[in-house]
Write a protein that binds this ligand. Sequence first.
Ligand SMILES: Nc1ncnc2c1ncn2[C@@H]1O[C@H](COP(=O)(O)OP(=O)(O)OP(=O)(O)O)[C@@H](O)[C@H]1O
Ligand SMILES: [Mg+2]
Length: 244
Amino acid sequence: MKKFGDNTVLDDLNFDVKKGERVTLIGPSGSGKTTILRLVMTLEHLTGGFIYVDGHPLTHEMRGGKRVERKKKDVARMTTRIGMVFQQFNLFPNMTVMENLTEAPIHVLGRSKAEAQERARELLENVGLGDKVDEHPMRLSGGQQQRVAIARALAMDPEVLLLDEVTSALDPELVGEVLNVLRHVAETTNITMLIVTHEMQFASEVSHRVLMFDGGHIIEDKPPAQMFSEPENERTQAFLKAVL
Ligand SMILES: Nc1ncnc2c1ncn2[C@@H]1O[C@H](COP(=O)(O)OP(=O)(O)OP(=O)(O)O)[C@@H](O)[C@H]1O
Ligand SMILES: [Mg+2]
């Protein structure tokens, strides 16, 4: 459960994502999609209930018959395995591209600078930005910045990747390059992904399942081919009609 003050945003919500599965969340504005990703990233406090990652409770657990918060250190250890990419890139503006990619691997994972830089170079090559290593984010296009943000998330070798409308802030001509990078990640890794997007073509190509949210509940859960061609729920039908 998640409440903001008296406003209950998520309630009676229960779903599983398998290891390696890619799941797209769709639904009207305000239905709680971002909140779910932020809860998994532990950027929001879970009001009730539990989130499990790899079978382990993330932020809260049952102890002595009571629901209690887990130790900060234990939560932190788990969240290093979870990466998130935001609509607004959120790169560190005072750092170069290389520093953006190596900061957390060095300071959180304890990697050597050389090791972190080698991995960063490889990832930047993969997202087509091998020549931007020493550039500052402000001097990159939105599409380039978002590809850096994806590479930065991958530099932590995440088991789970959360993508919140990562192309929504981009000019239309830059959307394709970012989606291509994500398609490549989907094809070449086994990273579990939770994706919020309005790019339905992309969602149907990369996801195994699509969940339709409304009012903090899942109202439909199907593989993309069925979800997009034969939605059963009336609200799903209306939503897809409006966005497609
Ligand atoms: N920090 C906050 N404080 C108070 N209410 C919030 C906060 N963040 C989100 N909410 C509320 O929670 C509900 C769900 O918001 P959320 O951002 O998760 O929706 P969403 O499905 O991601 O919408 P959109 O498609 O517009 O991004 C909304 O009613 C919103 O007003
Ligand atoms: Mg949102």
